[in-house]
Write a protein that binds this ligand. Structure first.
Ligand SMILES: [Zn+2]
Ligand SMILES: [Zn+2]
Length: 284
């Protein structure tokens, strides 16, 4: 399997237009790999896109990826769904135009994501009705895409909450890769097979590399109460022991540059851990 990380940022891509921190200044000056767009992954084997942040249209151009046959959604949040207008590019008919709509991609998600991202949003409901064949997967349900099988693993974002988030397990008969781009706190780790590759949420940092406070204790008890911290992310990696793990959803808030992440990865060499950057190619 071959993956490209299209966007390694999170809800707040880097640079943030309103920010002049050293990480944003560097990203504005240097571009990729210092700049990070919203979280999206592309699986070349079956031309599958996982998540659709708002700039995914431009990112596919940047990576020269011209075919998308499947779009998987991990959850309903705006930073993973507001790029769905790219469905119109994927399904557009070649001229001479008859109806504009050609072969549309398959949009894969949980019933919960369909309810929250599509049904509850008239704009996206109208768009996806015309520009996608929607396929809803139940928890544990498996889908075959050519030579690949994909298993859907659902999890809540908050304990005892509804299964708002989806992870996707891709298997090609030789290797197993799990893509769980965000909201990893309550992933059912006990249901995972041995993994060759895990592309997962990094989790938040309490401090900058220089030791300045990034989130208060109060935030950790309130607005961040259901978010995964980097320390918890490391615990998950130690529990699952994948052959290789790539951390993504690298928020601007973490105030870490590409070079900071390189140094941090070197400090966790025993976990075969690395941090994603836009354009990163991964083969398993
Ligand atoms: Zn996100
Ligand atoms: Zn900044």
């Amino acid at each position: 399997m071959k993956f490209t990380v299209l966007g390694s940022g999170g809800n707040t891509p880097t640079p943030l237009p309103t920010c002049d921190c050293r990480v944003c200044l560097e990203a504005r000056r240097e571009g990729v790999p210092y700049a990070r767009r919203g979280n999206a992954i592309y699986l070349h084997d079956e031309r599958a896109l996982i998540d659709a942040p708002e700039l995914v249209w431009e990112t596919l151009n940047r990576q020269q990826i011209g075919e998308v046959e499947y779009v998987f959604l991990s959850h309903f949040h705006a930073d993973h769904t507001l790029g769905l207008r790219a469905l119109q590019a994927f399904g557009l008919e070649d001229p001479p135009v008859e109806s504009f709509v050609g072969e549309v991609p398959t949009l894969v998600m949980s019933e919960r994501t369909r309810e929250l991202a599509v049904e509850a949003n008239e704009v996206l409901a109208h768009l996806t009705e015309t520009w996608a064949d929607t396929r809803v997967l139940a928890d544990g349900e498996r889908l075959t895409l050519g030579d690949l099988s994909v298993t859907h693993l659902a999890a809540p974002i908050e304990p005892d909450g509804p299964d708002d988030v989806s992870a996707f397990l891709f298997e090609d008969g030789e290797s197993v890769a799990l893509v769980s781009p965000d909201e990893n706190r309550h992933l059912p780790l006990d249901r995972l097979p041995p993994l060759d590759l895990w592309i997962k949420e990094c989790g938040y940092f309490r401090e900058t590399p220089a030791g300045e406070l990034l989130v208060t204790e109060r935030a950790e008890e309130t607005s961040l109460a259901h978010e995964l911290s980097f320390a918890e992310s490391l615990e998950q990696i130690r529990a699952v022991e994948p052959d290789r793990v790539v951390l993504t959803e690298l928020e601007e808030l973490y105030r870490r540059s590409y070079d900071d992440y390189e140094r941090l990865a070197a400090r966790h060499e025993e976990l075969a851990l690395s941090f994603a950057h836009d354009g990163l190619e991964l083969a398993v």
